[in-house]
Ligand binder design. Sequence first.
Ligand SMILES: NC(=O)c1ccc[n+]([C@@H]2O[C@H](COP(=O)([O-])OP(=O)(O)OC[C@H]3O[C@@H](n4cnc5c(N)ncnc54)[C@H](O)[C@@H]3O)[C@@H](O)[C@H]2O)c1
Length: 329
Amino acid sequence: MKLRVLVTGGAGFIGSHVVDKCLEAGYYVAVVDDLSTGKLENLPKGVPFYRVDVVDADGVNEVFAQVRPTSVIHMAAQISVSRSVRDPVADARVNVLGLLNVLEASVRHHVDSFVFASSGGVLYGDVYEPASEDRPLAPVSPYGISKLTGENYLRFYANEHGMRCLALRYGNVYGPRQDPFGEAGVVAIFIQRLLSGREPVINGDGKYVRDYVFVEDVARANLLALNSKCGGFRAYNIGTGRGTDVNELESAIRSAVQKVLGAESKRVDLPLPRHGPPRPGDLRSSILDCTRAKVELGWAAGVPLEEGLRRTVEWFLSHKESCANAGAL
Ligand SMILES: NC(=O)c1ccc[n+]([C@@H]2O[C@H](COP(=O)([O-])OP(=O)(O)OC[C@H]3O[C@@H](n4cnc5c(N)ncnc54)[C@H](O)[C@@H]3O)[C@@H](O)[C@H]2O)c1
């Protein structure tokens, strides 16, 4: 049977790449998004789109009645850790109540598999060696707490209703279409600053290690999760197992920008980075052990950091016009 996939948050950065992969696989795909951070231009023409807030239970039900999905990929979320600290209620409204509305509609409409965008970066706390899924979970921010709560609800819906529920715990996702305005998304922010002749600002000493994973690899993991045979609830880390600190990342981005601009015979005169104050509450290190995804889903990250950065720089360069109009470059 052809899969009918509903992607919530599908007009966003990661969601739109998931939509692309679903179309490549020949699935029917529809998108729910309130466009609070997502953009319609991220979506290929012709994809059925419903501008609905997932907090609106009736609106969500109406979409399910029209789309009749067999599978749901739930990406819609409030994604800012610092906003969650400032306003935990607003975070929980979208990330907990919004998720519950989508889970309830999924049960009512007999959805077979439900894939949830979780976060390895906020669930494990500081980890200096790759953390496996069995590591005790210790979220410190309301955003982390709402992602963990989401996973716990998935376990409940799997047990109670027999729906296959998978949580994918991403590392730091980067790639084309990432928003360079946000406070997260350091790759997009640094590329945007370098391309517009402004110096990248490294928080504190820059010795903050993260597991950077390319967005197309993440989208592929979502499709494998949709098709996995696992029953009940299961969580998977989705990263590379490799840590990179912000100083190393900045220099890798700088050489990617240099290479891409050099190949286009453009003048390469990039401003040097400067160090700003440290960001309060930032973890020192977060790296994911992705053995379980390899063994059970047949997934491993395929795009090395250098190649992913080059492809991201090329994308930002080819969209310089539209980013400049939006005030980004
Ligand atoms: N980017 C990362 O590194 C990362 C890491 C871990 C987890 N995640 C998770 O992956 C998912 C996608 O994140 P992203 O980086 O693509 O961010 P994004 O902001 O680009 O995507 C989120 C999408 O959800 C939509 N949305 C937000 N609130 C909504 C609501 N109430 N109703 C309907 N739609 C709503 C937004 O308009 C946007 O299109 C999120 O759940 C996020 O928490 C991202």
